[in-house]
Design a binder for this molecule. Structure first.
Ligand SMILES: [Fe+2]
Ligand SMILES: [Fe+2]
Length: 461
């Protein structure tokens, strides 16, 4: 156990991955455990490609720094894809090696950069399997990188078909470019057909495998996020019954966050789904949160410290529910981070008014601060929406002022330092929030007073 803990803390498993994976890939691709002298050459080629590509994403793709799960899923996907290689090779030859299977899966789950890294490793394995064929390496790497780069975001199932389509076209073009011999080409009809179909078959396999990989890893593609995070999700249905105020707040927030994320080219699907679930923990004690109260406030009879503990517990319960229901890791992060390490200032002020000996740090959320752009947007929208609801007099310029003030305050509190949001992003987010809230102003009509209703009834009678 001690060894395992030490290994984990020093990330020794990453080094094991660098050294052992090439060996496993060689065994899988050769379908043999009988060592041969060629293995040295194969080990250097596959090991080099795997080391460089993985090191690059480990250092550059943020998710790999936040969650170990990204490492394990990436490694497992590479191994899973290579396990299918001998099958393709045996059935239809070198041109049937399903490189696209791993590339599409990694790109859909972890983004284009990770997809490109997997393309480097997998194309090298495919080339090594085919007697170090440079032609094959060039064909696989150019076609797969071009295809995922052209689609970039996998937001719909049809985007998968697009990747397969581009992959197929580019592979065939690469084949023609490398064999400028009409006689050879005229005899290669079957190979061209295999090359053209290979990405489509990989795509079908990806569609079959992806939901299981998503469920096990809790790393979701945008397609998986959309399927999971519709308003028909059992947790959201429960929220709408247990805490209707929080439910409506979450839906309003989802619209604001989606628009703002889309404006700054962040992941708008993640922003929307994260907003739906961000306050899910309020379901445990809904009556303690303003949006669900109808006159009676149970906080009034409690001490400020108790008030504070009840308020921050919605984050803890939310995270617990996210784990239990296997919500995506990034959604769990948004639940945990949407208040960052901000202060519950209302109850801090109450403690001061009661002359209690407290410091601001006694009234902070446990954090951490938002670590993704999308989590940062949810934090900002949450505060802006609450302020908008409490505004007595509203007009577009007042809304703009309050939104800018809140964004500045959160920025100055250094809550957004780890989110990756730039000042330009913040400016655009503030503009977008002001626009959406100004539009909502028209629907926020004040209810008529009781006497007015009675007057109308009297006239009607
Ligand atoms: Fe919250
Ligand atoms: Fe909220």
């Amino acid at each position: 156990m001690k060894f395992l803990r030490k290994m984990r803390s020093k990330k020794l498993y990453v080094y094991l991955y660098y050294f052992l994976t090439p060996l496993v890939l060689i065994i899988l691709s050769n379908l043999s455990i009988q060592p041969r002298i060629e293995w040295i050459n194969e080990y250097i080629l596959i090991g080099g490609a795997n080391f460089l590509s993985f090191k690059w994403i480990k250092d550059h793709v943020k998710f790999f720094k936040i969650h170990e799960q990204y490492f394990w899923t990436y490694a497992a996907t590479i191994l899973l894809a290579v396990a299918f290689f001998p099958l393709g090779n045996l059935l239809v030859g070198h041109y049937g090696i399903p490189v696209f299977l791993g590339v599409i899966l990694v790109a859909a789950l972890m983004g284009t950069e990770s997809g490109i890294a997997s393309a480097i490793t997998l194309s090298t394995v495919a080339a090594v399997m085919s007697n170090n064929s440079f032609d094959l390496f060039a064909m696989y790497i150019v076609s797969s990188i071009t295809a995922i780069y052209m689609v970039k975001n996998f937001n719909k199932r049809t985007d998968m078909t697009k990747v397969a389509f581009y992959g197929s076209i580019v592979s065939v073009i690469m084949f023609f470019a490398m064999h400028m011999d009409l006689q050879f080409i005229s005899q290669s009809g079957t190979n061209i057909l295999i090359i053209a179909l290979n990405p489509f078959i990989s795509m079908i396999l990806v569609l079959g495998v992806m939901p299981y990989v998503e469920y096990i890893s809790r790393i979701y593609s945008n397609i998986g996020l959309l399927e999971l995070g519709g308003l028909s999700h059992p947790l959201l249905k429960e929220l709408s019954i247990e805490a209707p105020g929080t439910y409506f707040h979450s839906v309003e927030l989802a619209n604001m966050c989606e628009m703002a994320a889309s404006r700054i080219n962040a992941n708008y699907i993640l922003a929307r789904i994260g907003s739906y679930f961000h306050d899910i923990g309020k379901m445990k004690r809904p009556e303690f949160f303003t949006e669900n109260q109808k006159g009676f406030n149970p906080h009034d009879s409690m001490t400020p410290i108790m008030n504070y503990l009840v308020i921050i517990s919605h984050v803890k319960y939310g995270v617990k529910m996210a784990k239990e229901k296997r919500l995506p890791l990034l959604v769990e992060d948004m639940i945990r981070e949407h208040h960052g390490t901000r202060m519950v200032s209302f109850f801090y002020q109450k403690a001061l008014a009661e002359n209690l000996n407290v410091s601001p740090d006694d009234f902070r959320y446990p954090g951490p601060r938002p670590r993704t752009k999308e989590a940062g947007i949810v934090m900002l929208a949450d505060s802006c929406e609450a302020a908008f609801k409490s505004m007595k007099e509203i007009n577009p310029s007042k809304i703009q002022n309050i939104v800018e003030e809140i964004v500045n305050r959160v920025y100055n509190e250094r809550q957004l330092d780890d989110s990756g949001l730039s000042l330009k992003d913040l400016d655009e987010i503030a503009q977008e929030f002001s626009k959406i809230l100004s539009l909502r102003m028209k629907t926020r009509l004040s209810y008529p007073k009781r006497e007015e209703i009675e007057k109308v009834i009297k006239i009607a009678n």
